[in-house]
Every structure is written in structure tokens, then in C-alpha cells.
Design a protein around this ligand. Structure first.
Ligand SMILES: [Zn+2]
Ligand SMILES: [Zn+2]
Length: 245
């Protein structure tokens, strides 16, 4: 159970409709070249979570209390929340409520130590009062969702037929998700499938990048551009994780 109690307030059933991993398996089948299906599903789920939070979640008193301990969210999630709240229906009341709490706490923190006294003492006290006591709840929820989805995917990959589908799909786990997957206790056949596919993709990427760079050379610049033009973007997404769009 996450600190934000997302399962209680916004279960996977309500936010993403994928309690049995159906969407995840579909994402594997429909992933574009070098697209990570896990990233895609997790991004979609996170957007749903943010949407729920922006429109309903921030009114919850228990949640607001927890947000005071975590000092709101990390920069990325604050931004996502603000975008969600200011998107379709411009309603920042929930954000204003949360910020009122946080601003009040910070004013208290900044006035918690009187000027003067031993050198550095005031700064130390203020910092202690400003610091978050818990991690960003949305980062926490994202980690938990990753664990759940990864478990589902690895279980699915134990099936011969689905493993063959993974092998045939143009998409594959991104490098960060591959690393996490390989730290889990899975059968060698699953490890072989994941590593084999990643290696084959990287070898194709290496050739694509070389071709891209070759055509950047003025001697070959007149040659028609092809698939290699997408190689830098594909390679970055595979290396760092796929992003939406
Ligand atoms: Zn990924
Ligand atoms: Zn965060």
C-alpha cells in the first residue's frame, strides 16, 4: 500500500482499467520500434493518477496531511499536477489549498529560529524545519506501479507463446527497465529472451547511428535520407526510457 493510498482512492481499476495486465500485454504487441511497453503503460497510468489527483484527490484531508510531511511533490510531479489541474477545466482550487498548507508551514519554518546565536545554528534549524520528512508520494506510487507491472510482465514472459510475441514485437524494454527486470528472480529462458532482444536491437541501432553519421558527412550528404534519420531518437529513447508522443 502506497503512502498516498492510491489503491484506496484511485485503484488501478479506476485509473487505468488494467488490474490483470491486459493493457500491458497489448502494449507489448503494439509497441512501435524501440518503444518500451512498460514505459508506455506506466506513463498512461501516471497521467490517470495525476488527473484523479487534480480533480478529486487534493480535497482529501488525510492526503493533504501527508503532503505536508513530504512538502508537496518533486518538481516533475508538481509540474504534472499543475498541468493536469490547469488543463481541461481550469480549476486550481485544489492546488491553492495544498499550497496554502505548504506556504503556512514554510513561514513557520523560516521563523522557527531567531536571528543571532552561534554561527550556522539558525540556518541549521531552518533547514531542518524546511526539509521533507517523506519522499514525493507520486514518485513512491510510480515505483510501486513499476514493481507491479514488471512482475506482471515477467510472469507473462514465462509463457512460451507470449515470449515469442515479445521477441517478434518491434518494441522492447528500455535500458532502465531491462536492468530492473534482470535483478528479479526469473527463469533463464526469460533472461535469454530479454538480453537477446536487447542485444539485437542495440546492434541494429549501432548500424543505424553509423549510417546517420556517415550521411552527415558532406561527401554523402546528397544521398537520400532513410530510416537512419530516426536512429538518434530511437537510440535515446531505448537508452533512457520511452516518453509519450
Ligand atoms: Zn521503460
Ligand atoms: Zn515525484
Amino acid at each position: 500500500m502506497g503512502l498516498l493510498d492510491f489503491e484506496k482512492y484511485a485503484s488501478e481499476r479506476r485509473t487505468s482499467g488494467d488490474p490483470h495486465g491486459t493493457k500491458l500485454r497489448d502494449a507489448v504487441r503494439t509497441a512501435q520500434r524501440s518503444e518500451c511497453p512498460l514505459c508506455t503503460v506506466l506513463d498512461e497510468q501516471e497521467r490517470a493518477r495525476l488527473h484523479w489527483l487534480a480533480y478529486e484527490g487534493l480535497t482529501d484531508v488525510g492526503l493533504r496531511k501527508k503532503l505536508r510531511a513530504s512538502k508537496g511533490f518533486c518538481r516533475r510531479h508538481f509540474r504534472m499536477l499543475f498541468d493536469a489541474a490547469s488543463g481541461q477545466i481550469y480549476n486550481l482550487a485544489g492546488v491553492a489549498d495544498v499550497m496554502s498548507d505548504l506556504v503556512r508551514d514554510d513561514i513557520e519554518a523560516l521563523t522557527s529560529a531567531a536571528p543571532g546565536g552561534k554561527r550556522g545554528r539558525r540556518a541549521q534549524k531552518v533547514v531542518a524545519a524546511l526539509r521533507a520528512r517523506t519522499r514525493c508520494r507520486l514518485c513512491e506510487a510510480a515505483d510501486e506501479a513499476t514493481e507491479r507491472k514488471l512482475r506482471t510482465l515477467l510472469e507473462a514472459l514465462a509463457d512460451d507463446a507470449f515470449r515469442a510475441e515479445y521477441a517478434a514485437s518491434p518494441g522492447l524494454l528500455c535500458r532502465p527497465h531491462l536492468v530492473i527486470a534482470l535483478t528479479r528472480d526469473v527463469d533463464d529462458v526469460v533472461v535469454d529472451a530479454l538480453v537477446g532482444k536487447h542485444l539485437a536491437t542495440l546492434e541494429a541501432e549501432r548500424d543505424g547511428l553509423a549510417e546517420y553519421l556517415r550521411k552527415r558527412n558532406h561527401r554523402f550528404a546528397a544521398e537520400p535520407k532513410g530510416d537512419e534519420q530516426e536512429a538518434p531518437l530511437r537510440s535515446v529513447k531505448n537508452f533512457a526510457g520511452t516518453w509519450p508522443g
